[in-house]
Design a protein around this ligand. Structure first.
Ligand SMILES: *Cc1c(COP(=O)(O)O)cnc(C)c1O
Length: 485
């Protein structure tokens, strides 16, 4: 895929959008998919041009990250519409954004205003959600390694908690005995339906570290007893997937979780489990601008394969991360030097392992599309040449793309790494003490009509990191600590 991906620039997304047209857009209400995707591409081009034109990106700021505010709002609306279309009227549904995917306070606030809560998995993520103003009743705490202090805080705040394992449930037992809590509590199960194409992201393998392994000997019996003994245990949670998982396998994981909820409620003789948390994990198409699969398609698939889940007897929680943000983020970097080595053209840019860690270390699993822009930020035309797009870090493998066909990149041009709104630039990796780039949200269509990108408005999401901060984070305040020992 990486080989031919660059060759087709796919600026419109038409070809791929056409195959899945009815799945695009916000639940069908905002027109067809191709249109939505093409509009996003046009906004992206305009924002790149404006970032150069307005000086966010330049010789002294050779890398920035951009977030498309309209795109994020559109995805949030599409998610809500997709589930609204399949659940019985009045069913409580909480879409909790997996903060891990894009841990940025203004993003969490924007999503909160769009009706999306937060799924958190560490004290830091919880603090971000709180800083964004996400209410405790719209927050869910999952994580495989919660400390007693984290559990105590979550239960005191009334945040929903999913216990990962029997030892954690013991801790929760002790806490709820000592102080009553309004938190809905559930158990995370691993339906063990199998993994996808990326081992590191497959959460439903037989030996996954997450949740109670449902098919292991004695596990089902233990779960039935755990619920029978604890009338306050009212939720059941599974997250079978992430990038690389086929939808059918994710649906099977959810079907097994639903079947277990039914069995538990039969066993205890009442509707004790009132809410099922189906996790996130909808994969993202990194191969073109088409939004596939869509939330609408996934929700329909679930409604067909697990109809009982949507008939109103259960409230629902979802935990999507990557699929809400990926396509709305773009890293743009200057080409500092253009050189040639062994007959291969190499563009040395400022975007590498520090912003695209997974792609650099595991390129086969995480290929990224790269587009070329000229010095002014206009899409670069010209015959395509096979070239490498390198990052700034001092190791040979710091390459965003290898052997990619693109218009020949020259010094002063720009490259954009697309679909990087989740798990990329917000996940800085401090190799070579490279600074965290500034992140800016953008909105198009303002006064000025877009000539030269002047109609684009930017807002700071995260300031570029100053070298003084790097020094302080690197023990700068303890310079003589070792000498004194
Ligand atoms: C990572 C994670 C998610 C989100 O996964 P995406 O692939 O980003 O949608 C949801 N729930 C849990 C428990 C997770 O660990």
């Amino acid at each position: 895929m990486p080989g031919h991906m660059g060759a087709e620039r796919d600026r419109t997304g038409d070809a791929m959008g056409a195959t899945d047209a009815r799945d695009n857009g916000a639940g069908g209400s905002t027109g067809n998919a191709g249109e939505t995707d093409a509009a996003r591409v046009a906004r992206r081009d305009e924002a790149v041009r404006a970032a150069v034109g307005q000086g966010l990106l330049g010789a002294d700021a050779p890398i920035v990250a951009l977030l498309d505010v309209a795109g994020i709002r559109g995805s949030a609306a599409a998610l809500r519409a997709a589930f609204d279309a399949v659940v019985a009227p009045g069913t409580p549904v909480l879409h909790a954004f997996a903060v891990k995917a894009t841990p940025l306070v203004p993003v969490l606030r924007l999503l909160g205003e769009a009706g999306i809560g937060a799924e958190v998995a560490s004290p830091g993520e919880l603090a971000l959600a709180q800083a964004a103003g996400v209410a405790p009743e719209r927050t869910v705490l999952d994580s495989p390694a919660k400390t007693p202090a984290e559990l105590r805080e979550a239960l005191a705040l009334g945040i929903a908690v999913n216990a990962d394992n029997p030892q954690e449930l013991d801790r929760i037992d002790a806490l709820v005995r000592s102080a009553p809590s309004g938190s809905p509590v559930g158990i995370r199960v691993n339906p063990q339906v199998g993994g996808g194409s990326i081992d590191a992201l497959s959460t439903a393998t037989a030996t996954s570290k997450f949740g109670v392994a449902l098919r292991d000997e004695g596990a089902r019996e233990w779960i039935l007893r755990a619920y029978a003994d604890r009338p306050w245990l009212t939720r059941l949670h599974a997250h079978s997937g992430s990038q690389g998982m086929p939808l059918s396998l994710m649906a099977r994981g959810i079907a097994e979780t639903y079947a277990l909820a039914e069995e538990i409620n039969r066993h205890v003789g009442r509707r004790q489990i009132d809410t099922i948390d189906i996790g996130g994990g909808l994969p993202v198409n990194f191969g073109s601008d088409a939004t596939t699969p869509t939330y609408a398609r996934y929700a329909r698939l679930l409604a067909e394969s697990v109809p009982g889940l949507f008939d109103g007897r259960y409230g629902l929680v979802t935990e999507f991360g990557r699929s809400l943000l990926a396509k709305h983020g773009t890293v743009v970097a200057r080409v500092e030097y253009a050189k040639s080595a062994g007959g291969r053209a190499v563009a040395v840019t400022h975007a590498g392992v520090q912003v695209a860690t997974r792609t650099v270390y595991a390129p086969a699993s995480w290929p990224l599309r790269i587009t070329a822009y000229d010095a002014k930020g206009h899409p670069k035309a010209g015959p395509e040449v096979v070239q490498d797009v390198a990052g700034p870090a001092c190791f040979a493998g710091d390459l965003l793309a290898v052997g990619r066909a693109l218009p020949l990149l020259e010094q002063g041009d720009h490259v954009a790494a697309l679909d990087t709104g989740a798990y990329y630039f917000a996940h800085h990796y401090a190799y070579n003490s490279l600074a965290r780039p500034g992140i800016y949200g953008f909105a198009t269509g303002g006064v000025g009509g877009g000539a030269g990108g002047s109609g684009v408005r930017f807002a700071v999401v995260r300031e570029p990191q100053a070298v003084e901060e790097i020094v302080m984070e690197s023990g700068g305040g303890h310079a003589s600590a070792l000498s004194a020992l």
